[in-house]
Design a protein around this ligand. Structure first.
Ligand SMILES: Cc1ncc(C[n+]2csc(CCOP(=O)(O)OP(=O)(O)O)c2C)c(N)n1
Ligand SMILES: [Mg+2]
Length: 347
């Protein structure tokens, strides 16, 4: 991939289109019962992840919560591997064992996909600690929702990151709701970014519907972190068009509110900016969109024809495997017959 500064905006627009079309298709396939389990769509929030990714290097780390399809796609995981994961197929980015909430791609430094609210924030701090410990100039981007900021693990993580001056950007994707609960009802703060101040972490509010603003702000902070490691906090003001998950009709908000944000659509906005500046024609845009749709349709075909994981892998990666359990010094402390099965028995 090109260095950050030259990463082409048209390329990033086509990435946003890929994410949007991927999720629209995922929604349709979910309704057709090709996809099981939970499924949370990112539609409306695309400028956050694409803007942030446009500002970092390929060897930087990212980690996020369960609304994670876009993060993997933006990082470079193929649409095929993402769709196959949604279908629970062995060709998926988590070998079909993770599903929608557990996308993972070590090669592209995408460390999940985590279902427990705020549980991944301390993991992100661990990634940032590893960077500093090894003396590298990488950065960790940790994405999370507005619902994460009142969890204990979130506070522990911010405290450590600040104490150890770790190279991490905490990116709060404030889409105004945690499931059906408005941020106004869940959080005592006037604004989320104030959380960072309490830990002496520099923070800013960013228009999360504006690709350029997100990219420029993340680039500026990442540049400063690479020079001398420190944590930073960005509150991205954004909005999800769909319900919390596929089963949520989102009746806790008004149509007018949704329409207001749709008018500010991140794809429409970047398209208009590029068109105005003579960098994109309508024909070119239509071609990008057509390509995105084709890539996604091909990914559905790929997922459909991919095999299921073998049945005997059903419990793999759920507990420590047999060998590790046998080697564990703690094993001798476990009395026989207490219900703690060995790896072998579990299978
Ligand atoms: C510790 C924990 N508590 C509750 C839940 C149930 N839950 C799943 S998503 C969610 C809301 C989180 O909202 P937010 O962090 O704003 O992310 P968004 O869905 O808006 O992207 C809750 C409460 C959970 N997964 N983990
Ligand atoms: Mg939220």
């Amino acid at each position: 991939m090109q260095p950050v500064e030259q990463r082409d905006e048209v390329e990033m627009l086509s990435l946003m289109l890929l994410i949007r079309r991927f999720e629209e298709r995922a929604s349709q396939q979910y309704q057709a019962q090709k996809i099981g389990g939970f499924c949370h769509l990112y539609i409306g929030q695309e400028a956050v992840v694409t803007g942030a990714i446009a500002a970092i290097r390929d060897d930087d780390y990212i980690i996020t919560a369960y609304r994670d399809h876009a993060h993997a796609l933006a990082r470079g995981t193929s649409a095929d591997a993402c769709m196959a994961e949604l279908f629970g197929k062995v060709t998926g980015c988590s070998r079909g064992l993770g599903g929608s909430m557990h996308f993972f791609d070590k090669k592209h430094h995408m460390y999940g996909g985590h279902a427990i609210v705020a549980a991944h924030v301390p993991l992100a701090v661990g990634l940032a600690f590893a960077i500093k410990y090894r003396g590298e100039d990488r950065v960790t981007l940790c994405f999370f929702g507005d619902g994460a900021i009142n969890q204990g693990s979130f506070h522990e993580a911010l405290n450590l990151a600040a104490l150890y001056k770790l190279p991490i950007v905490f990116i709060c994707e404030n889409n105004l709701f945690a499931m059906g609960t408005s941020v106004k009802r869940s959080t005592s703060l006037r604004q989320i970014v104030d959380r960072a101040e309490g830990y002496d972490i520099p923070g800013e509010i960013v228009d999360g519907m504006n690709f350029r603003e997100v990219r420029d702000k993340v680039a500026e902070i990442v540049d400063s972190i690479r020079k001398e490691a420190h944590p930073a906090f960005l509150e991205m003001r954004t909005y999800r068009y769909r319900g919390h998950s596929m089963s949520d009709p989102a009746s806790y908000r008004t149509k007018q509110e949704l329409e207001k944000y749709r008018l500010d659509d991140p794809i429409t906005r970047l398209r208009a900016q590029l068109t105005r500046e003579g960098k994109l024609t309508n024909e070119q845009f239509d071609l990008l969109d057509k390509r995105a749709k084709e890539t996604v349709l091909a990914s559905v075909k790929f997922a459909e024809k991919s095999p299921q994981p073998p049945l005997d892998t059903l419990y793999d990666y759920t507990y420590a495997d047999g060998a590790a359990a046998n080697d564990s010094p703690a094993k001798s402390d476990v009395p026989e017959g207490d219900g703690v099965a060995s790896g072998e028995q579990r299978r």
